[in-house]
Design a protein around this ligand. Sequence first.
Ligand SMILES: CSCCC(=O)C(=O)COP(=O)(O)O
Ligand SMILES: [Zn+2]
Length: 216
Amino acid sequence: MSFADITLEEKQRVLSEFSAVKADFASRHWFPGTSGNLSMRIGPYEPSAFYFAVTASGKDKTKSTPEDFLFVDQDGNACETTSLRPSAETSLHREIYRLTGAGAIFHIHSVFNNLVSELFWEQRSVPIEGVELIKAFNIWDEDAVINVPIVPNYANVPQIVPEIEPVLNPRVPGLLIRKHGVCAWGKDASEAKKHLEAFEFLFEYVFRWQLLKQGK
Ligand SMILES: CSCCC(=O)C(=O)COP(=O)(O)O
Ligand SMILES: [Zn+2]
């Protein structure tokens, strides 16, 4: 399917859902200092041809304007004529779509996601053990343990891309970038949002539990 085959109604539906998610995250203070980027796929997924709406680069994501998003293709090229630049981290979104076929990917920076990415950097993943909210990832085992992968952060974002595939865990819909932030995804925007909320809860839990264990 080409981008031109996607109906105007569908594009408007995606943009309206996208704006609502962005406003919701802004109300939680999840975009400090213009950080963070969001994307939502539109139309069917084919590895060689897929499309997604992505936040424009460098904008204040707490503001709602007609220039917040643009549509790009699987190579990160704009699907329509626009002066907007896609997020500087679009290559991460492209790679995660390619590897998972997800429907939406949300990336935010928070103090707790940065802290745990550094605390567990040497082991390259954050272990989360037996916490009820692991069920948000549709993992129902008694005392489930998951490991959230951590990839290195590079100023040259495309250099991060090859780090993703080797560490991706099909049970865990997210990854951390060291001292940078988290990417969480799902089959659609509401599932990706649920996963992001769960990761943020669990990262705070893990960090606080480490301090408690050390008597701090
Ligand atoms: C201002 S934070 C540095 C860039 C970044 O990590 C980020 O999430 C926002 O980049 P974008 O190009 O998507 O605005
Ligand atoms: Zn970022």
